[in-house]
Structures are given as C-alpha cells and as structure tokens.
Design a protein around this ligand. Structure first.
Ligand code: 13P
Length: 251
C-alpha cells in the first residue's frame, strides 16, 4: 500500500561536474526500479541534475529551505525558488542541520508549510542521539519531534509528507540499527502518529530509515514491514552502490 521510496542525500558533496558524471552513470542502472527514487543534491547542482534526469524515474530534492517567502535572510533559499527549479522534494530538519545550524522543531514546522504551499514533498528527519538512546529517551524524543514538528498538519498534508527516522548515532558511522530495531522504532513512530494525528495518517505515511544504509543491508531493512524506504548518505555518492540500494528487491 505504501510505495517504497529510496532517496540519496548527497550532503555537501559533488560539484556540477561531479554530479553530472554520477547521474550519467546512475541513470541506466536504476531505470527498472520498483520504488520512488530521489536525489537530494546541493542547491548548486539542482539545475543540472533536474535537466539530466528529465523524463527518467529520478526526482530531485533539495536538502534545506527557508520558511519565509522572500526577504532579508542572507544566504537562504525559499520554496518558490526551489519550485522554479522543478524541485519535487526537500529534506527538512536533518540532524546535521539541527546540530550545526540551529534547526528546531519549530523551524521544521514552518518549513513544512513552505514546502507544501509549493507542492514540494517534505522529507522530515527525526532521530535520537547516542546519549539519548543510552538513557532510554528515544521514544520521548521522537514523540516530541513529531508532536512539535507536525503541529497543525492534517490528513491532506500528510499525503505529501515523508518521515525519515535517522538515529544520529548511525549516521556516517558504519553502525546501522539492526533491522528489527529500526522496525520497532518506526512502529513506535506510527503509534505516536496514530495517537496524535489519527489511524489513517499512521497507516499511510511513508517512513524511511536512514543511517549507514548501504548495498549490503538494504534488502534486510527494506524487508521489514514498517520500513518504507531509505535516506542514504555515503552510499548515494557512488552510482554502483546507490543503484544496489535502489534495486534492493532484485537479487
Ligand atoms: P549515511 O548513510 O552516510 O550514514 O547518512 C545518512 C544520512 O544522514 C542521510 O540523510
């Protein structure tokens, strides 16, 4: 019922030239994918990646957006600007933005509205730190991120929203949550969605796992009933690796 969605998050990697080489190599490798495929690229790569992927199954995403329509926000990019470049998705509230750039659940909440206004699908990241996990706070942290981040959003909005559960201790560390662990935490996320937003939203919202997901572990993670996709960092930077994640169902 929920179509799987595999998204690459290039983070601050790939010049225009490098991105062209990567996408050109990737396109034939993923053309028979059975899932939605998204590349979330740096702002400077958007135009060329949109042009290279036109007519293919790849959709292009940004990695951040400002919540305001326009104005005196030096260095920021608005949703109108992204829409003009034909961006379809935008990562919001990635843990690296929360950690280094002061992103909060409140700004996440506003950014979701900016995206929805311009029909950009938000990929909203939530997740706990190692310290929070070790002190048994994971469930509460996720619950708060969901309640505050999605405050005010309704069924119609959730049709466009994707959630990415990214345990921070698993990002870029080579440490993956076990498939069972990721599955049960995502199950908890659905329970929170059900309690605060309703059964239908909890059943329909696509929830990805992110954190050292790669060619080797994608099949097992994607076999879990609650996991609808992946948000892939490191393994999205090589065409061969990313294509194997996208083609996780083809053995
Ligand atoms: P890695 O796949 O490199 O662990 O990164 C995950 C991530 O942060 C995706 O947004």
């Amino acid at each position: 019922m929920r179509k799987p969605i595999i998204a690459g998050n290039w983070k601050m990697n790939n010049t225009i030239r490098e991105s062209k080489a990567l996408v050109t190599e990737l396109l034939p490798l993923i053309k028979d994918a059975n899932c939605d495929v998204v590349l979330c690229v740096p702002f400077t790569d958007i135009k060329s990646v949109v042009s290279l992927t036109k007519g293919s199954i790849i959709k292009v995403g940004a990695q951040n957006v400002h919540f305001a329509e326009n104005g005196a926000y030096t260095g920021e990019i608005s949703a109108t600007m992204l829409k003009e470049l034909k961006v379809n998705y935008c990562i919001i509230g990635h843990s690296e933005r929360r950690q280094y750039f002061g992103e909060t659940d409140e700004t996440v909440n506003k950014k979701i509205a900016a995206c929805l206004k311009y029909k950009i699908k938000p990929i909203v990241c939530i997740g706990e730190t190692l310290q929070q996990r070790e002190s048994n706070q994971t469930k509460d942290i996720l619950k708060n991120q969901i309640i505050e981040g999605f405050k005010g959003y309704k069924s119609k909005d959730f049709e466009k929203i994707i959630i990415a559960y990214e345990p921070i201790w698993a990002i870029g560390t080579g440490k993956t949550a076990t498939a069972q662990d990721a599955n049960s935490t995502i199950k908890h996320i659905r329970e929170v969605l059900k309690k605060y937003f309703g059964l239908s939203i909890s059943q329909k919202t696509r929830i990805q796992y992110g954190g050292s997901m790669n060619a080797k572990n994608a099949f097992e993670l994607m076999s879990m009933p609650e996991i609808d996709g992946g948000l892939i960092g490191g393994a999205s930077l090589k065409a061969q690796d990313f294509s194997k994640v996208v083609n996780y169902d083809k053995k």
